[in-house]
Structure formats: C-alpha cells, structure tokens
Write a protein that binds this ligand. Structure first.
Ligand code: GLA
Length: 412
C-alpha cells in the first residue's frame, strides 16, 4: 500500500477556507479564490536563463477566503501553518533583511500586496485572510506560488485592479503583471531569488494543456496534454526530502549562470548558440557544467515540445520523449548538481519499474520527481519506488497522478 496525496475537490477547498474564515474572524468573507501548484514537465533551471519551460497546473490548489478591511492591517490564519492569527501592518512590510521583514508563509500573502503597491496598484486596503492549502508544502510543487497567486487574484478583484480576468477568460497581459508582482514577492519579501516559471504556471496554465512558456519574453502557448487519451499517465513522486529555495544553493546556481553569461558576453545563456565553443571559452569546470546543463536542457525542451506538437506520444515518439525526460534528470544530477539521493533513487526505481522516462521537477535539492508511465500502471511503479525508499531507509514517499488543471481565479 502506498500513500496517495489526493487533491481536495474545489467544493471542499472552498468550504474549508470559508469555515476557517468565519470561525476565526466572526463574519463572512467577500469571496474565495484559489490557485494551483504545478509540475514542470521539462525545462528545468532555464527560466532565469531565458529558456523554454513546459509546466502543467495541478488539481492541488491553495484556497484563500478574503475580505477587505477599513484600515491597513492584514490578519492571516491557516491551520496548516500555525495556530495563531498573524497580524501585520501593510505600511511596515519591508524586503528580506530590512526592518519590517516578514517571516514564513505570511511573506507570500503580504508580499503580493507590497509588490502590487510597488508596481503602482495602490494603496491597497488591509484584509483578513483564511488560507486552506492542499498543495504539499516543501514538495517542490510550487506551494509558495499557489499562495502568492491566489492572493494576487483576490487582491486584483477586491482592489479593482482588473488585471486577471476570470479563469475561463483570462487577460494574458494583466496576468503577466500579476506574475511579476508574485515573483517580486517571492524574490524580495520571501528572499528566494527564483525565476517566473512557478507563478506563470499558476496564473496562466489552462485545463487539459501544458504551457509552452518562453522565458525570454514570457510569451506562452497552451499545448494539448491529454495523456489519458494516449494511454499514458504522469506519476508524481513527492520524495518528502526537505526542499528549500532560500538556503543559498538555488542562488548559487543562478549566480554561476550569470557569471558564465558575463564571461561569454551574452545577456542570458539562452543566447549561447554553439555549446562547444562556449565550453572552450570557460576556464572553470563548474561553470562549464552549468552551461552544458542549461544549453542542453533548452534543446531537450524544444525537442519535447516538437514531439507533442507532431502527434500522439506512441511508438518511437514515446521512446524519444521518455529519453528526453531521463536525460534531463541525468544532466540535473551530473552537471547542475541539484538532485539528491532521494530524487535519484525515485528516478532509477521508476525506470526499473517500466517508466518511459523520469526526472526531478522544480528546483531540486529534494521535492518531487515525475515519471511517464502507461495508463493504469502508476500504482505499480509507485509501489516499486516506495519499496526502494524503504530499502534505502528514506522517508515514505507520497504519490499523485498529475492531470492538467486550470489557473488561478475566483471560486465563490
Ligand atoms: C524553482 C523556481 C523556478 C525555476 C525552477 C527550476 O521552482 O521557483 O523559478 O527556476 O525552480 O526550473
């Protein structure tokens, strides 16, 4: 028996957030908004290098029940993060490292208001928020982006910014502005210097599709991604190994890329046209490894997108798609050095159990892996992975089957 991490239904998420709000604050919220976590199918650690990514939004979402206040106070509650109500003053929120810095999960929910005001969408009213989140925290599935993006669409509507549109008829340009605000919240208030992949996935992915995202200009194209129709499924393995993006490792990889770009005389590594001559121009082996990952990952992602556009994943196309996923993992393991024993064992065990391809997804250093498997065989592969984890003495992994869901929007 393995542990499946089922997504709550929309109705349950809404009911939980609403009940928590009324119990805590003693009145009804003005509305409930939600935003999904994501899985990145391929294109890892390339967003901040201007390359392409291919995320899907998960059915696992963060739900916020919100009401405006007359003052500039923010009150936050979430049973999954802490017992007490957190009280903050919007006039005193400041970036990480300064007086007024905001700690923990509150940074995401208040950081978005701060970033919207910095972008000229203010002054915003204070607000009361109850958060109920079913995106596994620290699982590398963008729970922090789900928090930011649910808050962003709520504030957008409550403050009358009119940027997001609805989940069914989203305003792409407005959502790009919200992506920027959420990314700024993450970078400056929460202190994780991430690219825009996660926030874009949460705000701009659509039901039944993967999002072909070009991080050079943040243009995005939905691509049909109905694995069930191709007799396949995407197994997500949450290794439950601790994953953190603000402990210096992520920033160190990003700094390596920036240094390599500077030496190579390009703005971003996506501009490197010839890998061999770039490698020759770099003296340090560490930088060569980083560049080799980024440039090869960009090529793999483009090849994977082409395969999806050409037709259904079967026969040779399926084999090649699987190999691209596994090559991506190997590159992240050997050249980018962002995997960990749990991720490597998950990938190896999934492949040994018959997966067409498998790789870590997200930032790495823990978190989740994905495996492309035959429809209906996810359970068997999950059992093989769980058995391998037990042999290694790792924590018990959790599993889900990823089916592409819709973006952040109003629920009720
Ligand atoms: C994290 C970051 C993203 C991206 C991925 C790696 O999820 O938040 O911006 O860099 O890692 O692809």
């Amino acid at each position: 028996m393995v542990t499946w991490n089922e997504a709550a239904s929309r109705e349950e998420g809404v009911a939980q957030a609403r009940a928590l709000f009324t119990q805590t604050f003693g009145y009804e919220p003005e509305g409930i908004w939600s935003a999904p976590g994501r899985v990145n199918v391929i294109g890892e650690h390339v967003d901040y290098n201007g390359g392409p990514c291919l995320p899907i939004a998960l059915p696992h979402r963060a739900y916020v029940a919100v009401a405006r206040r007359e003052d500039r106070t923010v009150r936050l509650v979430s049973p999954q993060t802490q017992e007490e109500v957190d009280v903050l003053d919007l006039d005193r929120v400041a970036p990480r490292g300064q007086e007024g810095e905001v700690k923990n999960w509150a940074a995401y929910l208040v950081g978005v208001a701060w970033a919207l005001e910095q972008a000229g969408y203010g002054p915003l009213p204070g607000y009361d928020v109850a958060l109920w989140n079913c995106v596994p925290r620290g699982g590398g599935l963008s729970s922090s982006a789900a928090l930011e993006c649910s808050m962003a669409v709520a504030l957008d509507e409550l403050a009358g910014c009119g940027l997001a549109g609805s989940a069914d008829t989203p305003k792409e340009e407005g959502r790009k502005i919200l992506v920027d605000a959420c990314r700024r919240a993450e970078n400056e208030i929460a202190g994780a210097n991430t690219g825009g992949l996660d926030q874009t996935a949460s705000l701009r992915c659509t039901h039944g599709h993967a999002l072909e995202l070009d991080c050079l200009d943040m243009s995005a194209t939905p691509i049909p991604f109905d694995l069930a129709a191709q007799n396949l499924e995407l197994l997500v393995i949450d290794t439950r190994a601790k994953h953190s993006l603000n402990d210096g490792q992520y920033a160190a990889r990003r700094a390596d890329c920036e240094e390599a770009a500077r030496i190579l005389g390009v703005d971003l590594l996506v501009c490197v046209k010839d890998l061999e001559s770039a490698l020759e121009a770099l003296n340090e082996e560490r930088l060569r490894m980083r560049v080799r990952h980024v440039v090869s990952e960009i090529a793999r992602t483009r090849a994977f997108v082409d395969l999806l556009k050409e037709g259904s994943l079967e026969g040779e196309r399926l084999k090649v798609a699987g190999a691209l996923l596994t090559d991506s993992h190997d590159s992240l393991r050997q050249d980018y050095e962002v995997t960990c024993p749990e991720l490597d064992v998950a990938v190896d065990a999934a492949l040994a159990a018959g997966a067409y391809g498998a790789r870590m997804t997200g930032g790495g250093f823990g978190g989740s892996a994905i495996a492309l498997v035959d429809a209906g065989s996810g359970g068997g592969v999950a059992e093989a992975v769980a058995a391998a984890f037990e042999r290694e003495g790792f924590m018990e992994p959790h599993f889900m089957i990823a089916v592409p869901e819709g973006p952040a929007g109003r629920e009720a």
